[in-house]
Design a protein around this ligand. Structure first.
Ligand SMILES: Nc1ncnc2c1ncn2[C@@H]1O[C@H](COP(=O)(O)OP(=O)(O)OP(=O)(O)O)[C@@H](O)[C@H]1O
Length: 235
């Protein structure tokens, strides 16, 4: 399998937290095409920071982060922002910014919305949607770019069970390489092939999903990760 990302001893010290522990500390890993990697860990453990390094939004303070040349990535942020345009034009703008002509972009935007079952909100303002709709539109916008890798930062946080299922189904249908942060271990079980457990910027466990959810195996790799899983409800 082609290696898409290679991180070696990555450290990230965020400018505004000098003196505080690094947001990432000695992270070494690679991610291959086709993997669906879940990032789990408590608030502030470094999940978002790792996603930003993968995406190229943050450069390591030390160590190296390499990405396959020309890799097409799309990221869904924790609280995605839509512009005060129609939903269709929000998607069209993203496509246009990636080089598509405006007319074709408007057409492709509508197709992407229809594909996600969102044609009903195409004409609505991007600022007048519910939280669940905003999240689904933002995901449709990311997927409209036909990325080779989808990076998701807690894609279903604060969504109701119905919206959560719709988002999960869309991610499953996408089927490409995916890296997602999640506090929902049930979701991790449903979507991931591999799980990384982070604590204070360090990766303490990096296991295939079946091993991660086998308490004995996990315990053997990392007592901290096993303790974390025990304390979280799986639903
Ligand atoms: N913009 C920022 N400026 C300064 N420090 C930050 C910033 N964003 C995050 N941090 C710090 O970096 C560390 C890692 O945060 P990060 O957001 O990556 O964690 P996380 O695992 O994604 O947390 P959560 O589950 O709450 O989203 C934390 O100590 C956090 O306080």
């Amino acid at each position: 399998m082609a290696v898409l990302y290679q991180l070696d001893d990555v450290q990230v010290v965020l400018a505004s937290t000098r003196g505080a522990p690094p947001a990432l500390d000695g992270v070494t890993l690679h991610i291959a095409a086709g993997e669906r990697v879940a990032l789990v860990g408590s608030n502030g453990s470094g999940k978002s920071t790792l996603l930003r390094v993968l995406h190229g939004l943050l450069a390591p303070s030390a160590g190296t982060a390499q990405r396959q040349a020309g890799l097409k990535q799309a990221m869904l942020f924790q609280r995605p922002v839509l512009l005060r345009l129609s939903v269709q034009n929000n998607l069209a703008l993203a496509l246009w910014l990636h080089g598509m002509g405006w007319h074709a972009a408007r057409h492709a935007a509508l197709e992407a919305l229809a594909h996600a079952g969102l044609q009903g909100v195409a004409a609505r303002s991007g600022r007048q949607l519910s939280v669940g709709q905003t999240q689904r539109v933002a995901l449709a916008r990311a997927l409209a770019l036909a990325p080779e890798v989808l990076l998701l930062d807690e894609p279903t946080a604060s969504l109701d069970p119905h919206s959560k299922r719709l988002v999960e189904a869309t991610v499953q249908a996408y089927g490409g390489t995916t890296v997602f942060a999640s506090h929902n271990l049930g979701q991790v079980k449903r979507l991931a092939t591999r799980v990384l457990y982070l604590e204070q910027g360090r990766v303490l466990a990096d296991l295939p999903v079946t091993e991660f959810f086998d308490q004995n195996r996990l315990q053997a790799h990392s007592a901290a990760a096993a303790h974390f899983v025990k304390g979280e409800a799986i639903s």
